[in-house]
Design a protein around this ligand. Structure first.
Ligand SMILES: C[S@@+](CC[C@H](N)C(=O)[O-])C[C@H]1O[C@@H](n2cnc3c(N)ncnc32)[C@H](O)[C@@H]1O
Length: 281
Protein backbone atom coordinates (compact mmCIF):
# COMPACT_ATOMS: atom_id res chain seq x y z
CA UNK A 1 0.00 0.00 0.00
CA UNK A 2 1.74 3.15 -1.22
CA UNK A 3 -0.81 5.61 0.12
CA UNK A 4 -0.60 7.23 3.53
CA UNK A 5 -3.56 7.50 5.83
CA UNK A 6 -3.64 11.28 5.33
CA UNK A 7 -3.73 10.93 1.55
CA UNK A 8 -6.54 8.39 1.71
CA UNK A 9 -8.55 10.65 4.00
CA UNK A 10 -7.86 13.61 1.75
CA UNK A 11 -9.20 11.63 -1.19
CA UNK A 12 -12.35 10.96 0.79
CA UNK A 13 -11.80 7.20 0.73
CA UNK A 14 -11.68 6.62 4.48
CA UNK A 15 -14.12 7.44 7.22
CA UNK A 16 -12.95 8.88 10.57
CA UNK A 17 -12.41 5.53 12.33
CA UNK A 18 -10.89 3.67 9.34
CA UNK A 19 -7.26 2.78 8.80
CA UNK A 20 -4.82 1.69 6.07
CA UNK A 21 -4.81 -1.74 7.73
CA UNK A 22 -8.54 -2.09 6.94
CA UNK A 23 -7.77 -2.67 3.24
CA UNK A 24 -8.08 -6.34 2.34
CA UNK A 25 -6.99 -8.18 -0.80
CA UNK A 26 -9.67 -10.89 -1.06
CA UNK A 27 -12.09 -8.88 -3.19
CA UNK A 28 -13.39 -11.88 -5.15
CA UNK A 29 -14.37 -13.82 -2.03
CA UNK A 30 -16.89 -11.37 -0.67
CA UNK A 31 -20.67 -11.33 -0.69
CA UNK A 32 -20.59 -7.75 -1.96
CA UNK A 33 -18.64 -8.74 -5.08
CA UNK A 34 -21.28 -11.34 -6.00
CA UNK A 35 -24.08 -8.83 -5.34
CA UNK A 36 -22.44 -6.09 -7.40
CA UNK A 37 -21.67 -8.37 -10.34
CA UNK A 38 -25.19 -9.82 -10.25
CA UNK A 39 -26.64 -6.28 -10.17
CA UNK A 40 -24.85 -5.56 -13.43
CA UNK A 41 -26.59 -8.37 -15.26
CA UNK A 42 -28.75 -6.08 -17.42
CA UNK A 43 -25.75 -4.14 -18.67
CA UNK A 44 -23.96 -7.46 -19.21
CA UNK A 45 -26.67 -8.43 -21.68
CA UNK A 46 -25.17 -5.98 -24.20
CA UNK A 47 -21.71 -7.44 -23.80
CA UNK A 48 -20.11 -9.06 -26.82
CA UNK A 49 -18.00 -12.06 -25.86
CA UNK A 50 -15.51 -12.62 -28.67
CA UNK A 51 -14.51 -15.99 -27.18
CA UNK A 52 -17.88 -17.50 -28.14
CA UNK A 53 -17.24 -17.77 -31.91
CA UNK A 54 -13.84 -19.28 -31.24
CA UNK A 55 -15.24 -21.85 -28.79
CA UNK A 56 -17.86 -22.94 -31.30
CA UNK A 57 -15.33 -23.41 -34.09
CA UNK A 58 -13.58 -26.27 -32.23
CA UNK A 59 -16.83 -28.07 -31.44
CA UNK A 60 -15.87 -29.34 -27.95
CA UNK A 61 -17.61 -32.14 -26.08
CA UNK A 62 -16.53 -31.29 -22.54
CA UNK A 63 -15.94 -27.70 -21.50
CA UNK A 64 -14.92 -25.86 -18.33
CA UNK A 65 -15.33 -22.15 -17.71
CA UNK A 66 -13.03 -20.80 -14.98
CA UNK A 67 -14.63 -17.95 -13.02
CA UNK A 68 -18.21 -18.59 -14.07
CA UNK A 69 -19.81 -15.92 -11.82
CA UNK A 70 -23.61 -16.21 -11.89
CA UNK A 71 -23.54 -18.18 -15.16
CA UNK A 72 -23.77 -15.36 -17.72
CA UNK A 73 -21.11 -16.69 -20.13
CA UNK A 74 -21.97 -20.28 -19.22
CA UNK A 75 -25.50 -19.68 -20.54
CA UNK A 76 -24.04 -18.56 -23.86
CA UNK A 77 -22.06 -21.82 -23.93
CA UNK A 78 -25.24 -23.87 -23.46
CA UNK A 79 -26.78 -22.06 -26.46
CA UNK A 80 -23.94 -22.80 -28.87
CA UNK A 81 -22.93 -26.26 -27.61
CA UNK A 82 -26.01 -28.47 -27.78
CA UNK A 83 -24.37 -31.81 -26.96
CA UNK A 84 -21.43 -30.80 -24.79
CA UNK A 85 -21.01 -31.42 -21.09
CA UNK A 86 -20.55 -27.96 -19.57
CA UNK A 87 -18.92 -27.14 -16.23
CA UNK A 88 -18.32 -23.89 -14.38
CA UNK A 89 -15.95 -23.26 -11.48
CA UNK A 90 -16.20 -20.11 -9.38
CA UNK A 91 -14.20 -19.22 -6.30
CA UNK A 92 -16.83 -16.90 -4.77
CA UNK A 93 -19.34 -19.12 -2.97
CA UNK A 94 -21.79 -16.18 -2.73
CA UNK A 95 -22.56 -16.64 -6.44
CA UNK A 96 -24.36 -19.93 -5.72
CA UNK A 97 -27.55 -18.09 -4.80
CA UNK A 98 -27.48 -16.09 -8.06
CA UNK A 99 -26.71 -19.16 -10.18
CA UNK A 100 -29.88 -20.71 -8.71
CA UNK A 101 -32.01 -17.64 -9.55
CA UNK A 102 -30.48 -17.32 -13.02
CA UNK A 103 -31.12 -21.03 -13.66
CA UNK A 104 -34.82 -20.61 -12.82
CA UNK A 105 -35.02 -17.95 -15.54
CA UNK A 106 -32.79 -19.90 -17.93
CA UNK A 107 -33.54 -23.63 -17.57
CA UNK A 108 -30.78 -24.52 -20.05
CA UNK A 109 -28.38 -23.96 -17.11
CA UNK A 110 -29.91 -26.96 -15.32
CA UNK A 111 -27.59 -29.21 -17.33
CA UNK A 112 -24.46 -27.32 -16.24
CA UNK A 113 -22.37 -28.50 -13.29
CA UNK A 114 -21.17 -25.61 -11.12
CA UNK A 115 -18.47 -25.96 -8.45
CA UNK A 116 -17.70 -23.21 -5.96
CA UNK A 117 -13.97 -23.57 -5.27
CA UNK A 118 -10.74 -21.78 -6.14
CA UNK A 119 -9.73 -23.60 -9.34
CA UNK A 120 -6.02 -22.85 -8.94
CA UNK A 121 -5.72 -23.76 -5.27
CA UNK A 122 -8.04 -26.61 -4.64
CA UNK A 123 -7.57 -30.34 -4.80
CA UNK A 124 -11.34 -30.91 -4.47
CA UNK A 125 -11.92 -30.07 -8.11
CA UNK A 126 -10.99 -33.41 -9.65
CA UNK A 127 -13.01 -33.32 -12.90
CA UNK A 128 -10.50 -33.75 -15.79
CA UNK A 129 -10.23 -34.40 -19.53
CA UNK A 130 -11.81 -31.17 -20.71
CA UNK A 131 -11.33 -30.52 -24.39
CA UNK A 132 -11.71 -26.81 -23.74
CA UNK A 133 -10.98 -24.68 -20.68
CA UNK A 134 -12.13 -21.08 -21.05
CA UNK A 135 -11.22 -18.01 -19.00
CA UNK A 136 -13.41 -15.27 -20.51
CA UNK A 137 -14.00 -11.55 -19.96
CA UNK A 138 -10.29 -10.60 -19.81
CA UNK A 139 -10.10 -12.17 -16.34
CA UNK A 140 -6.46 -13.19 -16.84
CA UNK A 141 -5.42 -9.57 -16.11
CA UNK A 142 -6.60 -9.93 -12.50
CA UNK A 143 -3.86 -12.54 -11.89
CA UNK A 144 -0.25 -11.41 -11.36
CA UNK A 145 2.22 -12.55 -14.01
CA UNK A 146 4.22 -14.49 -11.40
CA UNK A 147 1.23 -16.82 -10.91
CA UNK A 148 0.98 -17.75 -14.63
CA UNK A 149 3.23 -20.85 -14.33
CA UNK A 150 0.87 -22.22 -11.66
CA UNK A 151 -2.25 -21.24 -13.67
CA UNK A 152 -1.06 -22.79 -16.92
CA UNK A 153 0.20 -25.95 -15.21
CA UNK A 154 -3.17 -26.45 -13.52
CA UNK A 155 -5.03 -25.89 -16.80
CA UNK A 156 -2.76 -28.37 -18.58
CA UNK A 157 -3.46 -30.98 -15.93
CA UNK A 158 -7.23 -30.72 -16.59
CA UNK A 159 -7.11 -30.76 -20.41
CA UNK A 160 -7.16 -33.71 -22.79
CA UNK A 161 -4.02 -34.27 -24.89
CA UNK A 162 -5.26 -32.02 -27.73
CA UNK A 163 -7.40 -29.84 -25.43
CA UNK A 164 -7.52 -26.07 -25.92
CA UNK A 165 -7.08 -23.27 -23.40
CA UNK A 166 -9.12 -20.26 -24.60
CA UNK A 167 -8.96 -16.83 -22.97
CA UNK A 168 -9.14 -13.15 -23.84
CA UNK A 169 -6.70 -10.42 -22.90
CA UNK A 170 -6.69 -6.64 -23.21
CA UNK A 171 -4.94 -5.20 -26.22
CA UNK A 172 -2.02 -3.04 -25.19
CA UNK A 173 1.22 -2.06 -26.84
CA UNK A 174 4.47 -0.62 -25.39
CA UNK A 175 4.14 2.55 -27.54
CA UNK A 176 0.75 3.47 -26.19
CA UNK A 177 0.92 2.22 -22.62
CA UNK A 178 2.20 5.36 -20.85
CA UNK A 179 -0.42 7.51 -22.51
CA UNK A 180 -3.11 5.01 -21.61
CA UNK A 181 -1.97 4.68 -18.00
CA UNK A 182 -1.68 8.43 -17.41
CA UNK A 183 -5.28 8.72 -18.41
CA UNK A 184 -6.16 6.09 -15.81
CA UNK A 185 -4.05 7.48 -12.99
CA UNK A 186 -6.02 8.78 -10.03
CA UNK A 187 -9.19 8.23 -11.96
CA UNK A 188 -12.17 7.83 -9.75
CA UNK A 189 -15.34 6.06 -10.73
CA UNK A 190 -18.39 5.23 -8.75
CA UNK A 191 -21.65 3.44 -9.20
CA UNK A 192 -24.69 3.49 -6.93
CA UNK A 193 -26.73 0.33 -7.06
CA UNK A 194 -30.27 0.86 -5.84
CA UNK A 195 -32.24 -2.23 -5.12
CA UNK A 196 -35.97 -1.85 -4.92
CA UNK A 197 -37.25 -2.06 -1.33
CA UNK A 198 -33.91 -3.22 0.08
CA UNK A 199 -30.45 -1.79 0.65
CA UNK A 200 -28.21 0.23 -1.68
CA UNK A 201 -24.57 -0.36 -2.56
CA UNK A 202 -22.04 2.34 -3.45
CA UNK A 203 -19.10 0.98 -5.45
CA UNK A 204 -16.07 3.29 -5.58
CA UNK A 205 -12.95 2.59 -7.63
CA UNK A 206 -9.78 4.59 -7.49
CA UNK A 207 -6.70 3.91 -9.64
CA UNK A 208 -3.85 5.04 -7.39
CA UNK A 209 -0.67 4.25 -9.30
CA UNK A 210 0.90 2.10 -11.96
CA UNK A 211 4.22 0.46 -12.62
CA UNK A 212 5.49 -0.03 -16.17
CA UNK A 213 7.41 -3.29 -16.46
CA UNK A 214 9.37 -4.79 -19.33
CA UNK A 215 6.48 -7.18 -19.95
CA UNK A 216 3.57 -4.75 -19.55
CA UNK A 217 2.11 -2.70 -16.74
CA UNK A 218 0.57 -3.16 -13.36
CA UNK A 219 -2.28 -0.89 -12.25
CA UNK A 220 -2.99 -0.65 -8.53
CA UNK A 221 -6.40 0.43 -7.39
CA UNK A 222 -8.47 0.80 -4.28
CA UNK A 223 -12.06 -0.30 -4.13
CA UNK A 224 -14.51 0.81 -1.50
CA UNK A 225 -17.90 -0.85 -1.30
CA UNK A 226 -20.46 0.59 1.09
CA UNK A 227 -23.85 -0.90 1.81
CA UNK A 228 -26.55 1.50 3.01
CA UNK A 229 -29.99 0.81 4.31
CA UNK A 230 -33.10 2.45 2.89
CA UNK A 231 -32.37 5.63 4.91
CA UNK A 232 -28.73 5.81 3.82
CA UNK A 233 -27.29 4.66 7.15
CA UNK A 234 -24.16 2.56 6.60
CA UNK A 235 -24.65 -1.16 7.27
CA UNK A 236 -21.34 -2.49 5.96
CA UNK A 237 -18.14 -1.20 4.36
CA UNK A 238 -15.40 -3.19 2.66
CA UNK A 239 -12.09 -1.67 1.60
CA UNK A 240 -9.90 -3.50 -0.90
CA UNK A 241 -6.62 -3.24 -2.69
CA UNK A 242 -6.87 -4.58 -6.24
CA UNK A 243 -4.27 -5.08 -8.97
CA UNK A 244 -4.50 -5.68 -12.68
CA UNK A 245 -1.64 -6.60 -14.96
CA UNK A 246 -1.67 -5.80 -18.64
CA UNK A 247 0.78 -7.98 -20.51
CA UNK A 248 2.11 -6.74 -23.88
CA UNK A 249 1.15 -9.32 -26.42
CA UNK A 250 4.62 -9.15 -28.02
CA UNK A 251 6.02 -10.39 -24.68
CA UNK A 252 3.16 -12.76 -24.03
CA UNK A 253 3.35 -14.54 -27.39
CA UNK A 254 6.96 -15.55 -26.60
CA UNK A 255 6.30 -16.27 -22.95
CA UNK A 256 3.59 -18.81 -23.80
CA UNK A 257 6.28 -21.34 -24.87
CA UNK A 258 7.97 -20.99 -21.50
CA UNK A 259 4.62 -21.92 -19.96
CA UNK A 260 4.69 -25.13 -22.07
CA UNK A 261 1.88 -24.09 -24.39
CA UNK A 262 1.79 -23.11 -28.07
CA UNK A 263 -0.51 -20.73 -29.89
CA UNK A 264 -3.02 -22.49 -32.14
CA UNK A 265 -4.85 -19.30 -33.01
CA UNK A 266 -4.93 -15.66 -31.93
CA UNK A 267 -7.97 -13.64 -32.97
CA UNK A 268 -7.43 -9.88 -32.75
CA UNK A 269 -10.54 -8.84 -34.64
CA UNK A 270 -12.46 -7.63 -31.55
CA UNK A 271 -11.83 -5.31 -28.59
CA UNK A 272 -9.70 -8.08 -27.03
CA UNK A 273 -7.15 -10.63 -28.19
CA UNK A 274 -8.61 -14.11 -28.01
CA UNK A 275 -6.00 -16.83 -27.63
CA UNK A 276 -6.41 -20.53 -28.36
CA UNK A 277 -3.54 -22.51 -26.86
CA UNK A 278 -2.59 -26.16 -26.72
CA UNK A 279 -0.21 -27.72 -24.22
CA UNK A 280 3.16 -29.00 -25.42
CA UNK A 281 3.47 -32.54 -24.06
C1 LIG B 1 -14.72 -10.75 -14.41
S1 LIG B 1 -15.57 -12.03 -13.60
C2 LIG B 1 -16.25 -12.87 -15.02
C3 LIG B 1 -17.40 -13.82 -14.69
C4 LIG B 1 -17.93 -14.64 -15.85
N1 LIG B 1 -16.85 -15.40 -16.50
C5 LIG B 1 -18.62 -13.79 -16.88
O1 LIG B 1 -18.05 -13.64 -17.97
O2 LIG B 1 -19.70 -13.29 -16.60
C6 LIG B 1 -14.25 -13.12 -13.12
C7 LIG B 1 -14.67 -14.19 -12.13
O3 LIG B 1 -13.56 -15.08 -11.88
C8 LIG B 1 -13.66 -15.53 -10.54
N2 LIG B 1 -12.36 -16.09 -10.13
C9 LIG B 1 -11.24 -15.39 -9.83
N3 LIG B 1 -10.27 -16.23 -9.44
C10 LIG B 1 -10.78 -17.49 -9.49
C11 LIG B 1 -10.25 -18.80 -9.17
N4 LIG B 1 -9.02 -18.93 -8.73
N5 LIG B 1 -11.06 -19.88 -9.33
C12 LIG B 1 -12.34 -19.72 -9.78
N6 LIG B 1 -12.89 -18.51 -10.06
C13 LIG B 1 -12.13 -17.41 -9.93
C14 LIG B 1 -14.06 -14.26 -9.79
O4 LIG B 1 -14.64 -14.50 -8.53
C15 LIG B 1 -15.04 -13.63 -10.77
O5 LIG B 1 -16.37 -13.96 -10.46
Amino acid sequence: MQYSLDKLKELGLLLEHENVADFRSDFYNTKLWAEVFWSRKYSHERRLDPEIDVVKKYNPKKVLEIGSGYGRFTLKLTRILEDASIHGVETCTHFKKYVDIYTKDNPKLMDVTFSFVDFFNNEEFTEKNFDQIILPMNTLSSFPLETYPQIFEKVKDHLTKDGKFIFSTHKGSPEKIEEYLKHYLERYSSEMILRWGIDRILVEDFNTDYEVKNYGAKINSLKVNTRFDFNYSIIERNLFTFHREYIFHEFFDNYIRKLNFEIVEKDSSSHSNVYVLQAIR
